[in-house]
Design a binder for this molecule. Structure first.
Ligand code: C2E
Ligand code: CA
Ligand code: CA
Length: 680
């Protein structure tokens, strides 16, 4: 038994000794309890031989080095292969022993079973490894300080955010020293000082529910910094690069208030600006204006040239509008081709009309897109507001009513709201609602006005004219409900019905007499051809007895599509007449584009035919018509004098109250019989 006084290993579990070749030569009795083997079995073995990881060279190297140099070793722990199959961790300490003459004769030492500690240690290391991984993979930069505000921990992201090297900020620096370094590195702009920054941090730390504070770095990035005291002393600071998030927030905020196609404010922002204008006017008593704008012929461009061109056109219009307006005006896109404008700070109400005129001029200039020149116009409704106006909705409504008037007045123009227009429109929109019901209830009927030979008075055809027998308002004129039906699209079923009804009626007349039916532009876009074919097929009326009366406006939208459709109908034998000739802008060019069978000269020229200028126009039209082989009809002949003059100018057929007002079907039939009898 060896003296162990030079070891203070009171807590040791067993003792051991080796010989000079490092084979065990002795074990204390207690050894068996820990190693699970008889001492006799162990004698003569080396330590490595009883270890589980004998092959792990690196593991054993330091131990081997000590032994080689005959140095003492302490607390060397290794895994031991216990006979029960469960690994134990043993920790051994040993010292070399020398003979009296100084010869190395072996090692002597103690051993301990440290399996439990080893497990704890391992769990701890794993925990630390995980913490490190978490820390290094955080998107936030993190610094931890002790109670004296000295840095105890920092992660890589922190260096990245501030663009620093790990050597710049080292463990042990105080918070103030770190802030100073950040300033020296030029991270912050001059607007804030070291003192202010430190003070802000201190204040944040006192906050029970701290919120992030935002700091702008010199390079423009926004950093969100949070500070939090830790229970048990010390505090943590986290830093997050907020730049992208801020940018996204700004983008989303912009999107919520702007139209994506044109980038203009949207309805929400417009309402906001309008409310501001109202508030301002209440204070300053100077007026402002609301403009509602609707593009003319946009739908035709969109339908015929495609949506990409339509989109591009809207962008051009948006730019042009902005160019005309003043910096403090707001133009918003509030629908497909609808724009609304708030003109703030008007010197005088008349200024709004000036701007409206300039808008019309700017928008109306030809646009070159996709190698095509496109022309659209804009109709504008204008409402002037003063300090008595407090409701955004009312203002919009007034501008809307004025817009409606502008559209009715022939488009590409503006109208200012005046109160009595409101009533008229109010009944109009009520009519729009009624109309749907009316179609269902069969409140529409057709009347027939004869068109006669200018020389003989013989009936050549009848024009079918629609009437609405309203249960409360009595007979409503087509000039009132047709535009409304066009606006709402109800003209499509209504027009199809009229075709059917007129063809059916015409079958009751003697063979050569034709029926003329008015068709609107809207119908051309939506199934006119089918409606015509269906009317002819179901009634059995020969195509050449049907005449369609179209106005120039039909040709102005999607001219190519309309022309193709007219050609197809004409090829079937349907007669095509140009109605209201002379009221449009460029009638003559349309005459060249399509070989109309008939031209109906508008009533206004006939009314004024005593005036040499009007007479000259009629004469010119007759000349052109004759050259192009088109028959000329004079509309609205009311007096014998007028009849004489239109005959003189060469009109071949006439229509008007002089001969007959539009007649109910039975009266129309009687009229035919009457004229035939008169002729006989
Ligand atoms: P429009 O095609 O020019 O029809 C002729 C209009 O002139 C009719 O008015 C007719 O009653 C009126 N008129 C005829 N002779 C005279 C006259 O000697 N003096 C005066 N002052 N007026 C005369 P109405 O029936 O009120 O129709 C107005 C317009 O409504 C029509 O003008 C036409 O554009 C439209 N319309 C009528 N029925 C239909 C229809 O079924 N479909 C479509 N799309 N439009 C229709
Ligand atoms: Ca007509
Ligand atoms: Ca007409």
């Amino acid at each position: 038994m060896s003296p162990l006084e030079d070891f203070a290993e009171i807590g040791s579990d067993w003792f051991w000794e080796t010989d000079a070749v490092l084979s065990f030569s002795y074990f204390s009795e207690s050894t068996k309890r820990f190693l699970g083997r008889e001492v006799a079995e162990l004698i003569g073995l080396s330590r490595k031989a009883i270890a589980e990881n004998a092959d792990d060279k690196a593991f054993w190297q330091p131990y081997a080095d000590d032994l080689q140099a005959h140095r003492p070793f302490r607390d060397f722990a290794y895994p031991y292969g216990h006979p029960d199959g469960v690994t134990r961790w043993l920790s051994v300490s040993g010292r070399p022993i020398f003979s009296q003459d100084g010869c190395f004769i072996g090692y002597r030492g103690v051993g301990r079973d440290v399996t439990a500690e080893h497990k704890t240690q391992e769990a701890l290391s794993e925990q630390i490894r995980r913490c490190d991984a978490a820390l290094e993979n955080m998107t936030q930069g993190l610094c931890m300080f002790d109670a004296a505000s000295r840095l105890v921990m920092v992660n890589r992201r922190y260096y990245d955010i501030f663009g620093l090297a790990a050597s710049d900020i080292i463990i042990g620096l105080t918070h103030r020293e770190i802030v100073k370094k950040l300033f020296q590195a030029g991270c912050y702009r001059g607007e804030i000082t070291i003192d202010q920054l430190c003070e802000r941090t201190t204040i944040s730390l006192q906050d029970e529910h701290p919120v992030p504070s935002y700091r702008e770095l010199a390079d423009g990035r926004i950093i969100a910094a949070s500070f939090r005291s830790m229970t048990g002393g010390g505090w943590v600071a986290t830093f997050e690069d907020f730049t992208e998030r801020r940018r996204n927030e700004a983008r989303i905020a912009h999107m919520a208030l702007h139209d994506t196609l044109t980038g203009l404010p949207n309805r929400a922002l417009l309402h906001d600006r309008l409310s501001q204008a109202i508030a301002r006017t209440t204070r300053t008593h100077s007026p402002f204006a609301v403009l509602m704008c609707d593009l003319d012929r946009f739908k035709a461009v969109n339908d015929s040239l495609g949506h990409p061109v339509g989109d591009a056109l809207l962008r051009v219009v948006a730019e042009r509008m902005q160019a005309v307006l003043r910096p403090y005006d707001t133009v918003a896109r509030i629908g497909g081709d609808e724009f609304a404008i708030v003109l703030d700070y008007l010197d005088e109400p008349g200024a709004a009309a000036c701007l409206a005129e300039r808008l019309i001029e700017a928008v109306g200039k030809p646009v070159c897109l996709d190698e095509q020149t496109i022309e659209v116009g804009v109709s504008i409704g204008l409402a002037i507001a003063d300090e008595n106006d407090q409701s955004t909705d009312d203002l919009f409504k007034r501008a809307d009513i004025a817009l409606y008037e502008a559209k009715a007045a022939g488009r590409n123009t503006y109208r200012e709201f005046c109160p009595n227009v409101g009533n008229r429109i109010a009944t109009r929109s009520q009519l729009g609602l009624d109309m749907k019901e009316a179609i269902r209830r069969g409140e529409f009927h057709l009347v027939y006005q004869p068109i006669v030979e200018a020389t003989t008075g013989a009936v050549v055809s009848f024009e079918a004219l629609m009437r609405w027998q309203h249960p409360l308002q009595g007979t409503i004129s087509p000039s009132e409900f047709i535009p409304l039906a066009e606006e709402t699209g109800l003209i499509v079923p209504l027009g199809a019905w009229a075709l059917q009804e007129a063809c059916r009626e015409a079958l009751t007349w003697p063979k050569p007499i034709r029926i003329g039916v008015n068709v609107s532009a809207v119908q051309f876009r939506r199934g006119l051809e089918e409606a015509v074919l269906s009317a002819l097929a179901t009634t059995g009326l020969p195509a050449h007895r049907l005449k369609l009366e179209v106005t120039e406006s039909v040709l102005m939208q999607d001219a190519d599509g309309v022309l193709a459709c007219l050609h197809r109908l004409r090829a079937l034998g349907v007669v095509i007449a140009l109605d209201d000739f002379g009221t449009g802008y460029s009638s003559l060019s349309y005459l060249r584009r399509f070989p109309f069978d008939k031209i109906k000269i508008d009533r206004s020229f006939i009314r004024d035919i005593a005036d040499p200028d009007a007479a000259a126009i009629v004469r010119a039209v007759v000349g052109i018509g004759e050259r192009l082989g088109m028959g000329i009809v004079a509309e609205g002949v009311e007096t014998v004098d007028q009849l004489k003059l239109v005959r003189q100018e060469g009109c071949t057929q006439v229509q008007g109250f002089l001969f007959s007002r539009p007649l109910l079907p039975g009266d129309a039939r009687a009229y035919i019989t009457g004229t035939q009898a008169a002729a006989a």
